[in-house]
Design a protein around this ligand. Structure first.
Ligand SMILES: O=C(CO)[C@H](O)[C@H](O)COP(=O)(O)O
Length: 210
């Protein structure tokens, strides 16, 4: 099981400072969608350059022009690029094809997918690397989480790794770990803590115990 730190509300210098604090406790650093909107793929490039030993995920949440966008994120240094599960099959297949060409990985974000089991089976058959259940900020605000959704995809996904994101904190991590995803994505659960290093270390320790 791997731990991914999601950076959503920072600029490039702040991202680098933050990763410095926790780098020994994480496997992947996510350049979140708001960061890409504010800073562009320069953020991916800068973080990869500063931390060449960490995997960098570009959270582009691609919906169209997938091959081109995967190519651009790869050129900037991303190891993993995200596409939405609601995108057309042709887009997801295009993303996978380009990622393979570039030696990169594709994570499918299942946010807002209605038939989760059915779509997870379909995208799994398209050769994606990760399938991620995700409760976005707008649904977190009304008390939702993705714990049941993780069980749903664990039941149907045969090839891809499974992942979960959205509001995971230290006090809910054990519930997540029980379902054994391959990847746990945490943003505010680390970045919102006074002692970020301690929070990341504790999460890493809990994940490694399983
Ligand atoms: O992709 C995202 C929002 O769209 C976030 O990066 C993801 O939800 C993880 O952050 P948090 O743990 O703060 O919810």
């Amino acid at each position: 099981m791997e731990l991914q730190l999601a950076l959503d509300l920072v600029n490039i210098p702040e991202a680098i400072e933050l990763v410095k604090e926790v780098e020994e406790h994480i496997d992947i650093v996510e350049i979140g969608t708001p960061v890409v909107i504010n800073e562009g793929l320069h953020a991916v490039k800068a973080v990869k350059k500063a931390f060449p030993n960490l995997k960098v995920l570009a959270d582009l949440k691609i919906m169209d022009a997938a091959g081109y966008e995967v190519m651009k994120a790869s050129e900037a240094g991303a190891d993993i690029v995200t596409i939405l599960g609601t995108a057309e099959d042709m887009s997801i297949k295009g993303a996978v094809e380009e990622a393979k060409k570039q030696g990169k990985k594709i994570l499918v974000d299942m946010i807002a997918v209605k038939d989760l089991a059915g779509r997870a089976k379909e995208v799994d058959a398209m050769g994606v690397d990760y399938i991620c259940v995700h409760t976005g900020y707008d649904l977190q605000a009304v008390g939702k989480n993705s714990f049941e959704d993780l069980q749903t995809i664990k039941g149907v996904v045969k090839n891809a790794k499974t992942a979960i994101a959205g509001g995971i904190k230290l006090d809910t991590l054990s519930e997540v770990i029980k379902v054994q995803p391959d990847l746990v994505i945490v943003g505010g659960g680390i970045t919102g803590q006074a002692d970020k290093k301690a929070a990341a270390a504790k999460m890493q320790q809990m994940i490694n115990q399983r």
